[in-house]
Design a binder for this molecule. Sequence first.
Ligand code: GLC
Ligand code: CA
Length: 527
Amino acid sequence: MKQPTQWWQNNVVYQIYPRSFQDTNGDGIGDLPGILQRLDYLQWLGIEAVWISPIYESPMEDFGYDVSNYTEIDPLFGNLEDFDQLIHEAHRRNIKIILDYVPNHTSHKHPWFLESKSSRTSPKRDWYIWRDGKEGGPPNNWRSVTNTTVAGSIWEFDEASGQYYLCNFSPIQPDLNWENPEVQEAMFDVLRFWLDRGVDGFRVDMVDFISKDPEFRDEDFEPTSTSDYLTQAKYQCNRPESIHHIRRMHDVIASYPNRVMIGEVPYHATLEQLRNFADPVNGAGMELPFNFRLTYAEMEAKSLKEFIDRYDASCGNDMWPNYNLSNHDRARTSRYGDLAGIAGMLILTLRGTPFIYYGDELNMPNVDVPPERQQDPWLVPETNRTRDECRTPMQWDANAFAGFSKTEPWLPLSPDFQKVNVEAQKSNPQSFLAMYRKLIALRKNTPALTVGSYESLSNIPESSLVYLREHEGEQVLIALNCSDEELIVPLPPKQSDWRVNVSTHMDRDETVANTVTLRPHEGAVLL
Ligand code: GLC
Ligand code: CA
């Protein structure tokens, strides 16, 4: 049994979308020196682990998730020297740096692909997946997964060589052929390159897509939605071969001490699939296969309790839980409206590593980006909106361009930035930011909240979620009122009185006896 004492178990992971964190050279796009400049803020907030979305050379057709050189920093973000300095300064502040790693596909402008495409006999032809068409159409019926519908073919025709190449996402992102040992070695070398430079781990993009059915058989069902398709597909993804490759990636990462591998696995993965990604003996052995369930769950007490109980139990003692509410692909936590505070309190007090997305600590809104300013080429299936809404610049202060840049940023600022910003919330003890900071500190200093057990309570008001975290006799109770009515929550017996230590309203610090009264949408942490 693994004891939960690793840094990636005891810390919150803070995701930075580098284009939108801090611009230092006045081009309206965030950069590495910008992240460096804001390390003090992260330290003040209590962050000890940061995941940075891709910073590699890229034509930016998918904003960095289309890599054209895996071992160079894109000039937009800076250079390797800036990167080394960032690692050095982050480590000096006890902050770990996790990079994104995109193994499934490269940019169509990557020299590997240009060479592969150049002729059927190119030595790199087999680095990607090329096939002849069938009966005047694409080689099989597999679908591209970027769209709201799953109608598009996964195959893109190349006039010059008369063959199709496979691309799970879009024609600008051809899939690498992971069954080719040269590809495997080249991609493992990429990991080593960054590990040697001191990175503390990787968030691995679309990791379950890397292997395809060796016979390229047609999927044999008619999908009704993207998520159904991705859950049911047997040949295009969800392959046992992927588990084998992920395991080998993990071996490379784990050959360096104290590193972590986080995997972007299917949003609708079953608990059994999640176990398989994590299982160190028979599965892939990843430390943290993302648990995305809360990115599409309602803040509704009963269904939350049901899922969290099952997930926590399925993790048991040999798999460490993790929770995500938002990221650069999904809407921000402010989508919960009056329940956003509860969402933040929930994720910061569950058993498992919380992933928080830059700006959610301010309750930054999902911005309605006008069509003429939209950048993202894709739509989110559930909302039918582009992902721009959650990628707008960080709101630092009330100055022009929110302290993010000296010029108009690449995506518009949220119109509320003069009120919702770090500086304003730093000086307000009842702000969202104050709550996040307090919860992060409490979590760090309270073993019951980091390594303690999780048990949800029954016999409580219907619209409340109440759970106990416990470690060596130390107890913490979390009571969340998901309704818009006042609720009286009975408290379990304890030797001394319970004390409300944090409320989402940030206005109480009081001892309570047998019950705690929660105002509408109020959450409380009691010690
Ligand atoms: C992942 C990334 C997303 C990207 C896609 C293709 O889902 O999170 O931003 O567009 O992979 O690389
Ligand atoms: Ca810049």
